[in-house]
Design a protein around this ligand. Structure first.
Ligand code: TYM
Length: 333
């Protein structure tokens, strides 16, 4: 069996990038024969970004409801919260002890924080917590705990999966073959979905389009996407356009081709935005209804998460015992 695993950090409202980059491909993959999939809420990771407990809880609920509304089958998939698996932070410690500090110095998220500080002539590590520095180690623990082969993610996460491979290989070398070396799986057409300003859609850039914004809000946001000043009738560059990238991520190949031609033929920006709104709304509207119903019943969602966590612990607990033994720790009786 092939194991597939991916997580989302519950630190905000799920957006189109999370859906197209992670949730949609992960659900499609989980339906294949001969796979076991592990999809989870990375709530320990959320603490790196926020110290607001209510936000973590709200976001956990929203992202869980999103997975379910998007069609995740909890009978087939291991669906759980990271913090319900106590072995994960424990494994993160074992991995921290084989991970080079130099490797982690190169992690994008940490490096970006340092570069920003240096540019502002601040102390290099100002405002950087150890959670941010350890982020790739915790993520490696998520992945290696369940011996996942494939990790479907957006492009921004590839480096972390390579680091997880690195840590797995070091550990295996030192203590014997315990871990599977994971690989990132990136869907090229949505590897980096752009946001309202054309940069990567991201909570940290404040340029996101919430997946389940009400239709009127969705429309307003789509009409606020930044475009160049080309007039109607002037040919437009599809590849360089956030509008087209978004359209392509929510359309079939045929429709995307037609839109590319419309760009070449000089479609007016207003018209392209209307088409994009209709395309996205057609995909999202049926899920939005399910989402609204789910979010009104948090106990039901919680039940799914608890069941998933029990299934996941049934794998994690004996594996942790194996690893504790391998490194020379005593196993609790
Ligand atoms: P997070 O919560 O930032 O993002 C969740 C997933 O959504 C993808 N994504 C995007 N894809 C395309 N275009 C975008 N604009 C876009 N924005 C986000 C991300 O690539 C990701 O796949 N550290 C991870 C969560 C995590 C994890 C893991 C993932 C924790 N442990 C183990 C995989 C395996 C994160 O913060 O993702």
């Amino acid at each position: 069996v092939q194991r597939i695993l991916t997580g989302i950090t519950p630190s905000g409202t799920p957006h189109l990038g999370n859906y197209a980059g992670a949730i949609r491909p992960a659900i499609a993959a989980s339906r294949q024969q001969g796979v076991e999939s592990f999809y989870f809420l990375a709530d320990y990771h959320a603490l790196i970004k926020t110290t607001d407990p209510a936000r973590v809880q709200r976001s956990t609920l929203e992202i869980s409801a999103t997975w379910l509304a998007a069609g995740l089958d909890t009978e087939r998939v291991w669906f759980y919260r990271q913090s319900d698996i106590p072995g994960i932070p424990e494994l993160a410690w074992l991995l921290a002890c084989v991970a080079g500090k130099g490797l982690l110095n190169r992690a994008h998220a940490y490096k970006a924080a340092v570069d920003k500080n240096v540019a502002a002539q601040e102390d290099a590590d100002a405002g950087v917590n150890m959670g941010l520095f350890m982020y790739p180690v915790l993520m490696a623990a998520d992945i290696l705990m369940f011996k996942s082969h494939k990790v479907p993610v957006g492009r921004d996460q590839i480096q972390h999966i390579e680091m997880a491979r690195d840590m797995a290989a070091s550990f295996n070398h030192l203590y014997g073959e315990h871990f599977v070396l994971p690989e990132a799986e990136v869907d090229a057409s949505v590897a980096t979905l752009p946001g309202l300003d054309g940069r990567k859609m991201s909570k940290s850039y404040d340029n996101t389009i919430p997946l389940f914004a009400p239709a009127a809000e969705l429309k307003r946001l789509i009409f606020s996407i930044v475009t160049d000043s080309k007039a109607p009738g002037e040919p437009k560059d599809a590849e360089g356009s956030a509008l087209f990238q978004l359209y392509q991520a929510f359309a079939g190949a045929e429709e995307a081709r037609a839109m590319r031609t419309a760009f070449e033929d000089g479609i007016a920006w207003g018209e392209a935005k209307q088409a994009l709104f209709e395309r996205i709304d057609a995909v999202v509207a049926p899920m939005r209804e399910k989402y609204e119903a789910l979010i009104a019943e948090p106990e039901r969602i919680e039940r799914h998460l608890q069941e998933g966590a029990a299934k996941a612990r049934a794998i994690a607990t004996p594996f942790m015992a194996e690893l504790r033994h391998a490194v020379g720790l005593r196993n609790l009786a």
